[in-house]
Structures are given as C-alpha cells and as structure tokens.
Design a protein around this ligand. Sequence first.
Ligand code: HEM
Length: 437
Amino acid sequence: MSGVPRPEIRPSPPAATGVGLPWDVAVEDAVAEIARARAEHGDTFTVDSGRERYLFTFSPVGVESFYALPEEVASKGVADYLMLRRKLPDEIFASRRTLPSMLFRRGDVATYLAHLESALDETEVELGEAGSVEVFALTRRLGHRMGLASWAGPGSDRGTGFERLVRAFDTLDGSDAFVHPDAMAAVAASGKVAERAALDEVTLVVGAALDRLDGGEVEGHELFARIAAAWDDEPDGVRREGVAHDVALIHIASMSNLASALGWALLDLLARPDVLDRVLDGDRDLAERAALETTRLAQRSIMARSVMSEVRFDTGDAVYTVPPGTTIATLLPLLNTTAGPGLEAWDPDRWSRWRLADTSGLASPQLVTAFGHGRHTCPAQPFSLSAMTAAATRLLGRYELAPESTTSPGPVPAQIGGVARAASPCPVGYRRRSAQP
Ligand code: HEM
C-alpha cells in the first residue's frame, strides 16, 4: 500500500522492502519472511505492511528494551486489540467489566484445576476403551470443557449447552487472527456475520446459565458469580449481554494456546519413552519442565507494542526516536531456537523451575522465553504448566497412545502469533492401560 503516510523513526533504520505481514498480503510462511528480512538487514529494521509501520527488534539490548516498555507509552493491550479485531466483532471489546487478566486471584487456580479433573473424567468417558482420535481436537475439546466449567456457569460444560458453546467458540476463535491471518480479508468482507451469529448464540447459552445462577446454583461457579455480580446494577437485557460478552472474551483470550501447547506436550512425551516413564513414575517436576520446554519450541508469537507517545528505543547500536502509530515487535520463533547454542533441541533439563538453568551462552536471558518477560509476563503460567502436567500425566497414564504417522505435523506456515497450531491432522490410536497409576 504505497502512498500511506508512515510515522517517521529517527535515525532511519534499514527498511525491509517487499516484505508484508500475512493479514495484509499473501505470504507462504510468515516467520520465514521476517527471518529473510533479518538475514538481509540485521537485528533492527522496519516493515511497512498495510497501513502500519513495524519496527522489528532482535538484538539483546533491543529485546530487553522491548520488554521494559511501559504500557502507557507502548501498549500491549492496544496491539492485541488491533490484532484481534480483525476477527472479532467490535461489541465484544466494548464495556468489558471482568477481563482475562482478572482470572488469577487467590484460590482461582485451584478451582480451575478441580474443573480440569472433572473435564478429564468426562474425556475418559468419551474416549472409552480404545480407538483413534486427532490429538489437537482432543486437547481443544478438553480446554473448552475446563474453561467453560470454570467461568461460563452451570450447564456450560455438559450436554447440549456445551456442544452449542463449542460450535460457537470454534467460529468465534480470535486466534484465527494470527493463526490464519490470510483469512482475515474474507472475514472483513463478510461483515463478520458468522462471528456475530456465534456471539448471539453464546449470549443465549450463557443467559440460561445466568438464570440457573440466579436460581441458586452457585457452588463451583464462583468466578461466574463474580462476573455476573459486576453487572447486577443493570437491567436484565444489558446484564445478560454484558455477562455473556465478558465470558466470551475471557474464553477466547484464554484457552486456545493452552490446548495447542498440551497437544504438542503429549506428542513430545510420546516421542521420548524414557522421559515418559519417569513422568508416569510421578516425577512432577520433570513433567512441568517438559511442558515448559515444549511450549518454548512451539512458540510462534509475534510480541507487539503499539507506540502511544514518542519513545526513545535503545537497540544497542543506536537509540531510535519512535513516534506514535508505530508498532514495535519481536518474534519469538526467531529467537527461541537460535539465540544460543543447543536451543534447537528439546531438553527439559535446561529449565530449573521456570528459569533457564544456564544462561552463559546467551547475550541476554530475555532472548529466550515461553511465557514472556517483564510486566506482561503471562499471569497464567503457573496454572498453564500445572494444567498441562496434570492432563498429560492423566491421559498418558490411563491410555497407551501411538501416533498413526511417524512425521510431526509441523506448524501452520502462515501463523504468526501464539503457540503453533498443527498444519495437518495428527491422529493417535489409543487403548486403555490395564494397570492404571
Ligand atoms: C501454554 C499456554 C500459554 C502460553 C504459551 C501463553 C503465553 C503468553 C505470553 C508469551 C504472554 C506475554 C505476551 C507479551 O508480552 O506480549 C502472555 C500474556 C498473557 N496471557 Fe498467556 N499464555 C498461555 C496461557 C494463558 C491462559 C490459559 C490465560 C488465561 C486464562 C492467559 C492469559 C494471559 C494474559 C491476560 C496475558 C497478558 C498479561 C499482561 O498484559 O499483563 N494465558 N501469555
């Protein structure tokens, strides 16, 4: 899109011309595209795509400066909104009263993990004794069930209410904005008709849950009760829609990365029987480090900040003055596997608790991450790792699983953001173990 006035960065960084981002132009492999630009221009360069100017940063000082950016100067919230609104109707963002960042009060995680256990009970009922299942479909359904049980009220994780919500959230999947960015032009052209219909469906089902809550079904639904209470001062119609849209944004923002990461975690453990044996023998610490390592390698995240007011941005070799309207960005898959020696291999022993055990080969420890650094570090990291550990231990302990293909499906090539989604189906055969841990 030539002729669009762009914010002018001073001094002028190298410009990667002819490079576009996948929501603006057809790109075969979005990460490879930025990798090529970096190989040509070095660790700092601009990309003009659509109406936006992006300042990409990959140097150790640049990445540290990135994570240190204050939200009011360079906003993650605004960058996320600009990304997600390509897929989601505007009304889902307006007037939210309970946000995804408010889900981690004391005691909340214990409730979610209890819901995970009952979601796993239900999963076992659905799996039965033996069969074949697509591994990411399995983890996605499990993620829906655990999440909806945790915040969508009575009746949302079972029966027709659950099936209706699963269908609606599969249409209303905000992660399409970065997993299938190439599809966003068609979503815009449709006026988001399908997404709006799905949001109406969520409002109906969550409205029924609200009736049950008002009728006294509170136990196990404390978070839903909190979401509902924030709308108590509104007339019935406004309250129903407000509660349902809060639930919708929470569910959309929360679950899909976790479900994908769990899918890769199962496959990684299945590929390493020695590690799996130790996990099934009860080595919880190893299971959690394995989940973290899988997540690091599955990262496709673009980390972005929308500049709100002029900022001086240090990349080590220059200090740039970056005006509002620019997006400063870095890309985890270009750092996580190459920032130091040996990082391309899967090795849970590189982690000690949630930190890299040895950072001596890295110019900065912030060059590698699974859940982020600095003020925006994922607040759900402890919960996500506990949930992945519990789900992998339970499923692999109760069932023998065998992938039906010898090759890994690999990530969706156009994806730029979040945890990798599999490019093709990954069926696994399963049989219930006779002796269960
Ligand atoms: C394996 C699963 C997950 C991964 C790999 C992951 C990764 C991340 C990363 C890398 C960031 C920082 C992004 C940045 O700095 O731009 C982040 C932030 C965030 N994540 Fe997660 N996440 C996961 C699961 C979840 C879940 C389950 C929830 C909610 C239930 C959640 C809620 C959030 C929120 C609210 C933020 C923003 C925090 C802030 O801006 O201060 N995440 N996540």
